[in-house]
Design a protein around this ligand. Structure first.
Ligand SMILES: [Zn+2]
Length: 189
């Protein structure tokens, strides 16, 4: 049903790039504390997870196919299988967006703004994205990008890019790369 990948934890609880199982979760909490009017004690701690990023301790890459729910790492349903079983694809592409989708196109924030404006959350969290340059065309901005993403087939890579694009996508080239070598357990030292 899913190309030989068992629905067990080891299928997804690993780095999507090097398949290492040595992971670390960086969790940021938002704490809301009730203040006791008698003592000033801030107790009744109500914690909510604000942001969780799982990282591989071997290759140090973020793991956007994993997230944290109720103190447990869980797979992101529409992402993990494609990323763990997939291969890296590198696309050279342009995304044409309305200029008000890009907060700023100059200064230190420009690359992040152009990435988010053109490819949304997938562009900033999942893909490795390099903005080569951008051009203004009246009310629109044409963003020229190099994108690395994981997919099982070329068609799937195109689908993922199309789903992420927040404007008109044009793919100039798309090439399959080889997966980084799998992490060998006995190399852990
Ligand atoms: Zn890794």
């Amino acid at each position: 049903m899913n190309e030989g990948f068992p629905e067990e934890r080891s299928a997804w609880l690993r780095c999507y790039r090097c398949w290492s199982e040595r992971l670390e979760a960086q969790v940021h909490y938002d704490a809301i504390l009730k203040v006791d009017p008698e003592t000033g004690e801030a107790a009744d701690r109500m914690e909510e997870i604000q942001e969780a990023v799982v990282q591989c301790l071997d290759c140090m890459h973020d793991q956007p196919h994993l997230t944290v729910e109720d103190s447990r790492v869980v797979p992101v349903e529409d992402r993990w299988e494609r990323m763990v079983a997939g291969k890296p694809f590198v696309a050279s592409c342009t995304v044409t967006v309305d200029q008000d989708q890009v907060e700023t196109c100059s200064g230190p924030e420009a690359a992040d703004s152009l990435t988010f404006g053109s490819l949304g959350e997938s562009g900033t969290r999942e893909f490795f994205t390099h903005v080569r340059f951008h051009k203004h065309d009246e009310e629109r901005i044409v963003v020229h990008l190099l994108v690395e993403l994981y997919a099982r087939t070329e068609e799937e890579a195109i689908d993922v890019l199309e789903a992420a694009a927040r404007g008109t996508l044009e793919i100039t080239s798309l090439a399959e790369e080889s997966r980084p070598p799998a992490h060998a357990a006995d190399e852990a030292h």
